[in-house]
Design a protein around this ligand. Sequence first.
Ligand SMILES: [Zn+2]
Length: 90
Amino acid sequence: MSGLNLQERSCPICKDGFIEDELLVLFRCNAYNEVRQVFVRALLERGFHTDTSNVPSQIDTVKVVCESAPKQLAKYVMYCIEKRMDALYK
Ligand SMILES: [Zn+2]
């Protein structure tokens, strides 16, 4: 398999120097703060409680959200993809 080495995959959207992976996009990348806030608000409106302190990892958080709010999660991922495409290719 070819491609960039892991350390060369820093996020091209925020340029904060973090390695860009799925979890960075979903939880940490500053470029998605706005869409993330919309997503969190949608979860709160559904009564989803965002205290994930008892959830062991980010992957488990994704699983929990996926089970309880799959449409909202799908929408959020779609917004992130659109934002990334706009930032990289527009
Ligand atoms: Zn980023």
